[in-house]
Design a protein around this ligand. Structure first.
Ligand SMILES: [Zn+2]
Length: 407
């Protein structure tokens, strides 16, 4: 009887949900360094208040059919009636502290993140009110757009994030005169795009993913259905950067570097895991990305046992230069040290479970949870998998100076 009730309940709840349309329209013109963006809301009921968190250097000229309040870091908009819109200019170029760009526009293309084109938004609305969000591009002749989302019309993409009541665009986007290749690898539709004439080796990258992704999917079966990889050359940041369902990789980066790591696989693991560290735990995020980058190459036969062992030797030398794992962001030596920790954790879980479980099971559980990760959570998940506390994850163990130990 209560089974019938249970099945009836979600339907009753669903009936109460009301939707309104939220449409981001982004217009680009060659030679103009910003996009003209308009957010249109339409529906029987609209949110009562929309607050955008802004960086005044990147967003300007806010206008609306309703009165708006604009301060240095926020824009407050109170939509009215059944239809309301807000427009602004989005300055595409953005330089990192290193001087290279993580968002860039030329007369022929623009590369940026969807969650920058749309500033972070806080919506006040009735509890049952949800957005049906799309992003549409108004582009010069000969231009096209790729985003992490499936196309739902000409240069139009539907954004659906079931966890949110107001869906905002996220991940990497490339518009312009671009070349695109795509391929389906198991359940994943992989799309690789770069500006026309760019040196990015799209076919090589696709072949590389074709042979490595299946190994990664064995660890992460819930990998996003769509994967977008965008590349461009200088002055873009000379590395890889991942976003939801998408990756930027500088065109000049090799698929496998001299030290046997793969920047592309590293970013793919970030997409698969979808986790970020708390204030001291970036080493968990970066360590797992690098661990599975090297492991995937080994499992796919991309590197043999000898070259794998050399890679581990390199990591050991490098790790000695990391005074601690715990810090706001983990790079080079810290990440090398973190990879060695995960090797020990893997070995310990395998030995505690007679080889019936491994770090793969921990990583899979973390990917299912997603979101922020702390050492305590990692210890808990590892304990669930191993059946008892994992010694190599004890804080005392992790804070010891690095000594060479065989995994
Ligand atoms: Zn990383």
């Amino acid at each position: 009887m209560w089974l019938a009730l249970l099945t009836a309940a979600p339907a009753a709840l669903a009936a109460k949900v009301a939707y309104y349309d939220a449409t981001y329209r982004a217009a680009f013109k060659p030679g103009i360094p910003h996009a003209q963006v308009q957010l249109d809301l339409a529906g029987e009921k609209l949110p009562s208040k929309v607050v955008l968190r802004i960086d005044p250097k990147r967003y300007r000229n806010f206008r609306s059919s309703e009165p708006i309040e604009v301060t240095d870091d926020e824009v407050t908009w109170r939509p009215q009636g059944n239809r309301s819109s807000l427009s602004y200019e989005f300055v595409v170029n953005h330089q990192r502290s290193s001087g290279s760009y993580d968002s860039y526009i030329t007369p022929n293309w623009a590369l940026f993140r969807g969650d920058k084109l749309a500033p972070s938004t806080r919506v006040t609305a009735a509890r049952n009110l949800r957005s049906r969000t799309t992003i549409e591009f108004d582009l010069p002749k000969g231009w096209s757009a790729v985003t992490p989302y499936a196309s739902s019309g000409e240069e139009r993409f539907r954004i659906d994030d079931p966890k949110r009541r107001f869906d905002e665009p996220e991940g990497w986007m490339l518009v312009g005169k671009i070349g695109v290749r795509s391929e389906r690898i198991q359940h994943v539709n992989a799309v690789i795009a770069a500006p026309e004439g760019d040196s990015a080796r799209r076919q090589d990258a696709l072949a590389f993913i074709n042979w490595n992704l299946p190994k990664l999917l064995e660890v992460f079966p819930d990998f996003p259905k769509r994967l977008l990889i965008v590349s461009a050359g200088d002055p873009m940041w000379r590395g890889g950067l991942s976003g939801p369902g998408s990756i930027f990789l500088h065109s000049d980066r090799p698929l496998i570097s001299e030290n046997r790591t793969s920047p592309l696989l590293h970013e793919l693991v970030h997409v698969a895991l979808g986790i970020r560290g708390d204030k001291e735990s970036d080493w968990i995020v970066e360590g797992l990305a690098e661990f599975y980058s090297i492991q995937t190459l080994r499992r796919s036969g991309g590197i043999g046992q000898n070259r794998y062992e050399q890679a581990v030797e390199n990591l050991k030398k490098w790790a000695r230069r990391a005074p601690t794992l715990f810090g706001k962001s983990s790079t080079g030596a810290t990440t090398a040290r973190a990879v060695l920790v995960f090797q020990q954790v893997d070995a310990e879980i395998r030995s505690l479970t007679n080889n019936t479980a491994s770090l793969d099971d921990v990583a899979r559980k973390l990917a299912a949870k997603r979101g922020e990760i702390s050492l305590t959570e990692l210890q808990e998940v590892a304990q669930q998998v191993a059946g008892k506390p994992v010694q190599s994850l004890r804080r005392e163990e992790l804070t010891k100076p690095v000594v060479e130990r065989e995994p």
